[in-house]
Design a protein around this ligand. Structure first.
Ligand code: ATP
Length: 317
């Protein structure tokens, strides 16, 4: 549905993004991940037709971004990093206005509004002025204005920026609820967020793509790169929980190339965090079963991908 072909955007002589090349299928939820200045906002602005590439080609829903930006804008709902809200307007009034800006008729807006208020969790505050809302609710209004016209593609730039932990959980649920109805692109510099919400991640570093795929694919891309470059270090962090005494578990985990980072026992259950250059889960499962112990948990910890992110973002990051 979205095709980005060798796209670069230069400001003067410096590139904000360079040589972007990827496709996104209808219905996918893609996370754009990168440190500040990596080029996330620039990429989202290019995909929203708010900015044109210096070179390369973008097509969305069969339309070329340069030739048919108006057609593409009809397909898109966009929440910029600072939501375009009118503080003095009431929530429902603002959303009606947003619908009319999207060329919906009064009748269409009246029919759609209750659904959007429900979807975004705004029913109770629909008559409040926007300036009286918390930051979390303002973000919801930002999302509501972006989906009022049922766009095929929803673009969210740092939607959880500045939210407190409870608001983050609510926003995550809201975004998850929108999957299926829209193709979603969202940017964040918070790895755990995109990892939890998105099907695929696209990692940017200094305007270039350094990795794209699922968590598993990104880890194996990094492993491949590490073995090509002997100086690089890649590690798989794994959490193990075994019913059995500490000594027996320690003995079972004595596997070549496996480092025990942490080992604690409580009430007959031993917990360990281990690290290895190759994915150690198969070997651990075998050794635990061979030692006649009961394996309760064997999982990668999210810091495996965090390691990958830091390495792909550059060691100095
Ligand atoms: P952040 O999370 O800090 O917004 P980002 O990943 O979204 O970062 P971009 O805002 O896309 O990054 O910026 C990428 C690079 O392009 C940065 O070096 C930035 O300074 C530069 N840049 C972005 N917009 C402009 C502009 N209008 N004029 C000049 N340089 C720009």
């Amino acid at each position: 549905m979205i095709s980005v072909d060798k796209v670069s955007k230069f400001y003067g002589r410096s590139a904000a993004v360079e040589g972007l090349d990827f496709t996104i299928e209808e219905g996918e939820c893609i996370g754009f991940l990168g440190l500040n200045g990596a080029g996330k906002t620039t990429t989202l602005r290019l995909l929203s037709c708010l900015s044109l590439p210096t070179s390369g080609r973008i097509t969305i829903g069969g339309f070329d971004a340069e030739e048919s930006p108006h057609e593409i804008r009809k397909l898109i709902g966009y929440l910029p990093d600072t939501p375009p809200l009118y503080p003095e307007m009431r929530v429902a009034e603002f959303l009606r206005f947003a619908g009319q800006l999207r060329r919906m008729s009064r009748g269409e807006v009246a029919k759609r509004l209750p659904e959007v208020l429900e979807r975004a969790g705004l029913v109770e505050v629909q008559d409040q002025t926007i300036e009286t809302l918390s930051h979390g609710y303002k973000q919801r209004v930002g999302i509501a204005q972006a989906i009022i016209h049922r766009p095929a593609l929803l673009i969210l730039d740092e939607p959880i920026q500045g939210l407190d932990p409870v608001q983050i959980i609510e926003m995550r649920e809201l975004i998850r609820g929108l999957r299926g109805e829209h193709t979603i692109l969202l940017s964040s510099h918070i790895l755990s967020e995109v990892e939890r919400t998105c099907d695929r991640l696209l990692m940017l570093r200094e305007g270039r793509i350094v990795g794209m795929g699922s968590e598993e694919e990104l880890l194996s891309q990094l492993s491949a790169r590490a073995s090509a470059d002997k100086g690089a270090r890649v590690s798989h962090l794994v959490k193990v929980e075994v019913r059995g005494a500490e000594d027996a578990v320690r003995a079972a985990l004595a596997i070549d190339g496996l480092e025990i980072v942490e080992l604690t026992a409580s009430r007959g259950v031993t917990f360990a965090q281990v690290r290895a250059a190759e994915d150690p889960r198969g070997a651990i499962a075998r050794r635990v079963v061979e030692a006649d112990l009961e394996l309760l948990t064997l999982a990668r910890t999210s810091s495996s991908l965090e390691d990958a992110f830091v390495q792909m973002s550059g060691e100095d990051a």
